[in-house]
Write a protein that binds this ligand. Structure first.
Ligand SMILES: NC(=O)c1ccc[n+]([C@@H]2O[C@H](COP(=O)([O-])OP(=O)(O)OC[C@H]3O[C@@H](n4cnc5c(N)ncnc54)[C@H](O)[C@@H]3O)[C@@H](O)[C@H]2O)c1
Length: 351
């Protein structure tokens, strides 16, 4: 086939990577993972995926690590605002400088297709009704800035030998072997299921594009297979209009999925009022045949069934393993990571 066959997936042990890798393997791709393994032990249910992997810090990769690949899917990152607030340098070094290091080596190794997992969060507190890919970026946090800086640096590397693509994701939900309960719909569902309540601390009006993790896996595969001239050096808001929801609607969907659950709007000063309503028309224009198979409602129902089948408890929902910041904090306090987020001890294997 013309498409790349041997793919390096960085961050393959994360929430998205643990879902994307088996989808690619099932489609016949030869996948190798590269991950620091921060969350390897943080499984909810079994992860039966078997994948050759390089356990390495993005900040320490070397040219031989990039040999023999046709494409890179770059997911590895410190993946949210709270971690960026804990230590801005880590987020800058890993998400921005680490991305440039990886991309520079990928380009030198002759890998043309480089899919960067970016975020709609860079649009910041946009007052514009809808933001398309040409909207000025207004990153409000270190995490959002790191994605904007990385995109800009990748753009400078783009030429006829190197085709970065900026996949600007919404907030992802849905079941993964490396579950996160620190993203909005997963969090609301976990709370509705284990406490019977969902509390919204903003006024509920902020917009959040949400997207199902299986659809994310499908669109990364799509991007691996797309003609390069359609995606070369292009940014895409990854989604469809119906995925733009206000936080209040997301909360309502969660309580409706869980019998008896109740919604409380309890705005607090300083609550998260980031808002971004994404224009997804470029994606649908470029990929008219791609269908998003899930909706927030369907995804909430599916999470409800999954939580029932594993009898999810409040202790699981609130366990540090499923909140990225708390788990890293735990590894640091336990002395397993040093002050540069490097392993000091053997990694914890099983939760
Ligand atoms: N989950 C979402 O809602 C969402 C939304 C928009 C964008 N994204 C982006 O998608 C990507 C994946 O997100 P996720 O939810 O799977 O995050 P995650 O935190 O679950 O996974 C990130 C992975 O990167 C690895 N990693 C972190 N620092 C590393 C380093 N220095 N060297 C090697 N590996 C390292 C971690 O060990 C982890 O396995 C991230 O780039 C994130 O910013 C995610």
């Amino acid at each position: 086939m013309n498409e790349p066959t041997r793919v390096l997936v960085t961050g393959h042990n994360g929430y998205l990577g643990s879902v994307i890798v088996p989808v690619l393997q099932a489609a016949g791709y030869e996948v190798v993972g590269l991950d620091m393994g921060y969350f390897r032990a943080c499984t909810l249910g079994a992860d039966n995926t078997s994948v050759p992997e390089i356990t390495k810090d993005l900040r320490a990769i070397e040219p031989p690590d990039l040999q023999g690949f046709d494409a890179v899917i770059h997911l590895a990152a410190l993946s949210n605002d709270p971690i960026g607030n804990l230590n801005a340098d880590w987020t800058r070094q890993i998400n921005a400088e680490g991305t440039v290091r990886l991309a520079t080596m990928a380009k030198a190794a002759g890998i043309r297709r480089f899919l960067f997992s970016s975020s709609c969060i860079m649009y910041g507190m946009s007052k514009a009704a809808v933001v398309d890919e040409t909207a000025p970026l207004a990153p409000q946090t270190e995490y959002a800035r790191s994605k904007a800086v990385a995109e800009e640096a990748l753009r400078a590397l783009a030429d006829d030998r190197f085709s970065p693509v900026y996949c600007r994701n919404g907030t992802v939900y849905g079941l993964s072997p490396r579950m996160r309960f620190d993203t909005v719909l997963n969090n609301f569902m976990g709370s509705a299921f284990t406490t019977g309540r969902v509390e919204v601390h903003s006024d509920g009006t902020p917009w959040r594009p949400v997207v199902h993790v299986q659809d994310v896996a499908r669109y990364f595969k799509l991007m691996l297979e797309a003609p390069l001239q359609d995606i070369h050096n292009e940014a895409f808001n990854m989604g469809v209009e119906s995925l733009n929801l206000q936080v209040r609607e997301i909360a309502e969907i969660a309580v409706e999925a869980v019998p008896g659950a109740q919604l409380t709007l309890a705005p607090k000063p300083g609550a998260d009022q980031r808002t971004y309503k994404a224009d997804f028309s470029k994606f649908s224009r470029t990929f008219p045949d791609f269908e998003f198979q899930s909706t927030a409602r369907k995804g909430a129902q599916e999470l409800y069934e999954a939580f029932r089948s594993i009898a999810l408890r409040f202790e699981d929902f609130t366990d540090k393993r499923f909140t990225r910041l708390r788990w890293l904090d735990h590894l640091l306090k336990a002395g397993m990571l040093d002050d540069q987020l490097r392993w000091r001890t053997a990694q914890p294997r099983v939760a």
